[in-house]
Design a protein around this ligand. Structure first.
Ligand code: CU
Length: 301
């Protein structure tokens, strides 16, 4: 989450339910054709703020994120735990951010104590659009962006914290998106990821682990997966390499809780990629899951 390198493609999910009627059947009085589509919410991310509706309905929701900023952004849905207010969340967040220099990543545990991770479109490059389908319970949420600025300060410390109220789901639940495959997010591995080709592809993600997990997709630019892992495991404080980073965000899905389901919409071009999870593990000294094996290189032809 901290090194935030995820993104998301765009996509349209349309599903129609048409009753099968025999050719000779009499038309019924009102043959209502249910055109059930997933309700959509449009978000904009800028440097450093979100624009969103103040309130949306819960249930299956297609989230479209437009990045109008100059930096990469994502929209992590965080549901505030029972009786936690937005002000209390903000106070907890500030204390966690201030404690990182002395406590390290473990300081993030303070945030884990007051929120529930509910997914969202992962890091989207400047000028691009990301998309994900989330299944939202009613409650008070905040949208946040953990992506770092050029000096490593996470965007949520610079204003990217946006309250959002989620009301009850509509009475009729739309059908789930049609998917290419279901990917399991485990402690600490991705399983079931299919062979990928170019173009828009929807994947169903299920968190089968005991900690929150995410599926970030990173495109490698002229480096191998092994070299990418080396870059990620370099100790902080080293000399910054010159030139642009040899990788970029390419889609995915933000962190969600154990037992939850979400849908990532990827839109990939040919190249080398890796799936990655940066969620810190409370059971493992808050090491990011990628350091515990949650990494999966793949090729798009
Ligand atoms: Cu994980």
């Amino acid at each position: 989450m901290k090194k935030a390198l995820y993104g998301l493609g765009l996509l349209v999910l349309t599903m129609a339910m048409a009753p099968v009627v025999g050719a000779c059947a009499q038309p019924t009085a009102t043959p209502e054709v249910v055109q059930a589509t997933i309700p959509e919410v449009v978000l904009t991310a800028a440097d450093y703020s979100f624009t969103s509706p103040a309130s949306i309905a819960g249930g299956l929701t297609r989230v479209r994120l437009t990045n109008s900023g100059a930096e990469s952004h994502h929209a992590q849905f965080l549901r505030l735990n029972e009786s936690v207010t937005v002000d209390q969340f903000t106070t907890t967040l500030q204390s966690a951010l201030q404690a990182i220099p002395t406590e390290g990543e473990a300081a993030l545990g303070r945030i884990f104590a007051v929120v529930t991770f509910e997914g969202g479109p992962a890091t989207t490059l400047a000028g691009q659009q990301g998309e994900a389908v989330v299944d939202l319970k009613a409650g008070q949420y905040v949208l946040v962006c953990f992506a770092p600025d050029a000096t490593g300060v996470p965007h949520l410390a610079k204003g990217m914290v946006q309250p959002l109220t989620v009301a009850a789901a509509p009475a009729t639940r739309p059908p789930e998106p049609t998917v290419k495959a279901t990917v399991d997010l485990n402690n600490f591995a991705f399983t079931g990821f299919p062979a990928m080709s170019t173009g828009k592809t929807t994947l169903k993600l299920m968190n089968k682990g005991t900690e929150p997990h995410e599926m970030g997709v990173v495109r490698l630019k002229g480096i191998t997966a092994a070299q990418f892992l080396e870059i990620l495991s370099a100790p902080p404080g080293g000399e910054a390499p010159s030139g642009p980073p040899p990788f970029e965000d390419a889609g995915g899905f933000q962190a969600m809780m154990p037992g939850e389901t979400g849908w990532a919409v990827l839109d990939l071009t040919p190249g080398e990629y890796a799936l990655i999870c940066f969620v810190p593990s409370p059971a493992n000294e808050f090491k990011p899951h990628v350091a515990l094996g949650m990494f999966y290189p793949f090729t798009v032809k």
